[in-house]
Design a protein around this ligand. Structure first.
Ligand SMILES: N[C@@H](CCC(=O)N[C@@H](CS)C(=O)NCC(=O)O)C(=O)O
Length: 285
């Protein structure tokens, strides 16, 4: 069976794009790709260009996957669709059994950026809050013209407000109370559900892809000492296992971005949230 033609519109430092890239490499699917310069990172603001909004995604976000001529949006749905395709690797990211699929679906939606879920509510929805440590810095380096362009063209009101607020004042230091509870609950729930030697659902699945990308983001933001806490032994060995997969190298490490900026922001290798989060984890365990 020949595979359909796949074209991925994505960004290097985009959590959901990383998830789709990892899924493509896990399945061993061939794909072409168009890197998109996001408006919160780059003057070019390709995700809110007329062409992108009209022909690729009217909501102005990546990733988007074209399967032959069909446009598929939202990373969680994209990965479910990819799982139906046969690549060179014999792997299924979703189980067959309906009750297991339902259980996996809950994990998938709790470990990614899910539309309609409030910021900070799930583990996945805390990651963009922590990412503000870098994003705010990048936004502040944009020209006023670029911000004006966001004000005029960004189709998502809440993001537009967030970006403009970060340009003129700051949000990154206000995220603690919003993000801590959801993060700590999510991490403890994961530790409880992991076994000592397998993936979350036994075999490697879509949920492991999401967690691989969330954990990598924690590492980028110098929050990864949390994953090595002695109180979280299962998460610790799970993270080592995730990093050993070829898809981690190909889908994440080979698309690195903003390395220098991250070193500059966290010049001493420390993110101030780490200490607070560690304490909260210890209190709640
Ligand atoms: N639920 C969506 C979320 C997509 C999303 O928020 N993408 C971010 C990057 S991770 C984006 O394109 N941001 C650009 C912007 O909002 O301007 C998915 O899973 O694909």
């Amino acid at each position: 069976m020949t595979q359909p033609k796949l074209m991925l519109y994505h960004a290097n430092w985009s959590l959901c794009s990383q998830m789709v890239r990892v899924a493509l490499y896990e399945k061993g699917l061939e794909f072409d790709h168009v890197p998109i310069k996001l408006c919160d990172h780059y003057e070019e603001a390709e995700n809110i260009s007329k062409d992108f909004l009209k022909n690729i995604n009217p909501t102005g976000v990546v990733p988007v996957l074209k399967i032959n001529d069909e446009i598929v949006r939202d990373s969680a749905y994209i990965i479910e669709r990819l799982d139906e395709l046969q690549g060179t690797n014999n792997i299924n990211l979703w189980p067959n059994e309906e009750s297991e699929r339902e259980r996996l679906r809950n994990w998938v939606y709790d470990t990614t950026i899910t539309e309609g879920v409030p910021m900070g509510k799930t583990l996945g929805m805390t990651i963009p809050l922590f990412s503000l440590g870098l994003i705010e810095n990048l936004i502040k380096s944009l020209s006023f013209k670029a911000i004006w362009n966001i004000i005029l063209r960004h189709p998502r009101r809440e993001r537009k407000i967030g970006f403009v607020t970060m340009y003129f004042t700051s949000l990154k230091d206000r995220i603690g109370p919003l993000a801590y509870k959801g993060f700590v609950e999510g991490i403890l729930e994961l530790e409880k559900n992991l076994s000592s030697d397998e993936y979350l659902f036994g075999d490697f699945s879509h949920a492991d892809i999401n967690l691989m990308c969330c954990f990598y983001r924690l590492q980028d933001l110098r929050l990864d000492p949390i994953l090595e806490m002695p109180e979280l032994p299962r998460i610790n060995s799970y993270w080592q296992k995730l990093k050993n997969r070829e898809s981690y190298t190909k889908g994440i490490l080979e698309f690195k971005d903003h390395e220098e900026k991250l070193d500059e922001i966290f010049f001493n290798g420390i993110n101030p949230h780490t200490k607070n989060l560690k304490e909260k984890i210890k209190q709640n365990i």
